[in-house]
Design a protein around this ligand. Structure first.
Ligand code: PXG
Length: 468
């Protein structure tokens, strides 16, 4: 074996990896037959905002892995923190009246950087487990304060809250509900604040208020005394980077306050600087009772998630609660917490949150706005270091392509072919690059994005699918 090789797996080539992958590895959200026919792309190493595949191609990762590598790849401080903790104490649990220094220090630091109502954290291994924790904790809270009939949690159509039974139930993805008998009882949904789809022809801010009031209508239909909580992502991520009108979240807050309902912000994507503040609720202007986090807390270097627990709920759990029969082997995993500590300190050192708010976020916004001159583009949106491009068949009317065409997939194939990773969500092309991406790298990404849009347009015209 060549000891300079980046893998520790000898000299297996792409075809061999693909064969073994297809033979044994069932991938998340993937049609196994389709993947086996094509072969997986094998990613072997990464640095900063770039990946290299097993064919030696360099790829600009405009998705931060999966919305998580906020500090970019190859940060030695995180590697050192993991190595040091692995040597000193690779694991101990937090169940039986024990604790570990990294978990304690991370809890302390999270209390410092989150909004002031948050002084307590419950650790999990992922965002999905965080949202399962939210469901149990919210219902436990209402039991403890003597209103056990408050059980219903309201989420949103096209929201994403993970893949476990509770996470997929809170989310509003119909394809997920169709598999496995979901949603679980007492979870229901309202429409999303997606102006392009649900607010055609309306003033944007007026639409924001209208969309928020769907929550009030739902509460009244269920009966306010039965509603426990509302959960939403500040900006919907997996749903397509759907940035709500500025009027939306403050109105949601007002409605939750009016009926005494707990407000839960799922910060799994928006947290840790993505929107230009530490947390999305700060950018979008609301004050949640609970906050789910994962991904950016450790920049994805190791799995970690959790729930920030606000004063009202924390007080009930602590003062009235006794034992909360909930937790995971890896709640407060010392290596994960050590990496998260190093990650958060690095975000601070590099002032990534301030850079996104003042410099790179506005630059991304300006550069995305320029795409509006492209014949395929119906609208663009950004928030901090997240961006979306809506592809349309008719720019003048905003008419979409027929669903069967999957124009997003056509465009994504051009991205893959041109060294760019961009996500397609239906007809929306989205990016969420590492927060270390600088303005010159944004420009480099924009060259690739425009090239891929041009190539998609050429392909559509050749196939007679784009008239004008
Ligand atoms: N909440 C939100 C808002 C998420 O985006 C989860 C919870 C679940 O986290 P875990 O760690 O359990 O995966 C997520 C995850 C996509 C995509 O295709 C997005 C996620 C996961 C997988 C794919 O955009 N987000």
């Amino acid at each position: 074996m060549n000891h300079h090789s980046f893998t520790q797996h000898g000299t297996r080539g792409t075809a061999d990896w693909q064969r073994a992958d297809a033979a044994h590895f069932l991938h998340p959200f993937t049609d196994p037959k389709g993947l086996a026919a094509k072969g997986a792309r094998i990613i072997e190493r990464a640095e900063n905002i770039y990946l290299w595949d097993s064919e030696g191609h360099k790829i600009l990762d405009a998705m931060s892995g999966l919305w998580c590598v906020n500090v970019g790849y190859g940060q030695q401080a995180l590697v050192d923190a993991a190595t040091q903790q692995l040597q000193q104490l690779p694991f101990y649990n937090a169940f039986f009246q024990t604790s570990t220094p990294p978990a304690i220090e991370l809890a302390e630091l999270l209390a410092e950087i989150t909004p002031p109502q948050f002084q307590h954290v419950f650790f999990t291994g992922s965002g999905s487990e965080g949202n399962d924790t939210v469901v149990r904790m919210v219902r436990r809270y209402w039991d403890l304060v003597g209103q056990p009939e408050r059980k219903v949690i309201i989420g949103r159509v096209n929201g994403y809250h993970g893949s476990t039974m509770a996470g997929a139930s809170l989310g509003g993805m119909s394809g997920m509900h169709a598999q496995g008998g979901l949603p679980i009882p007492d979870i229901t949904h309202i429409e999303q604040p997606h102006a392009f789809e649900n607010g055609t022809g309306m003033d944007r801010e007026a639409f924001g208020l209208k969309a928020a009031r769907w929550l009030e209508e739902k509460i009244l239909a269920i009966g306010p005394g039965r509603v426990a909580a509302f959960i939403g992502e500040p900006v919907q991520g997996a749903g397509g980077v759907i940035v709500p009108p500025a009027s939306y979240w403050p109105e949601i807050q007002r409605i939750c306050d009016k009926y005494g309902i707990l407000l839960v912000s799922d910060e799994v994507i928006c947290g840790f600087g993505r929107t230009g503040h530490w947390f999305g609720c700060e950018t979008l202007g609301f004050k949640p009772d609970l906050m789910t986090f994962a991904k950016g807390v450790s920049s994805g270097y190791v799995p970690l998630g959790g729930v920030m627990v606000g004063g009202r709920v924390a007080q009930a759990l602590i003062e009235l609660g006794g034992e909360f029969n909930h937790g995971f082997t890896y709640s407060g995993h010392p290596v994960a917490c050590a990496v998260a500590l190093a990650n958060i300190k690095l975000i601070r050192e590099l002032d990534l949150v301030g850079r996104v708010r003042r410099t790179t976020g506005p630059h991304l916004a300006a550069r995305f706005a320029e795409l509006n001159d492209h014949p395929l583009v119906g609208e663009t949106q950004t928030c901090g270091m997240m961006g979306a491009v809506q592809l349309v068949k008719d720019k003048a009317t905003g008419e979409s392509f027929a669903g069967a065409l999957e124009v997003g997939m056509l465009c994504r194939a051009h991205c893959f072919g041109n060294g760019l990773i961009m996500r397609a969500v239906g007809d929306r092309m989205i990016v969420a690059p590492p927060l270390v991406m600088d303005c010159a790298q944004i420009d480099e990404m924009m060259v690739l994005i425009r090239r891929c849009l041009d190539l998609t347009l050429v392909e559509l015209k050749q196939k007679g699918l784009f008239a004008s």
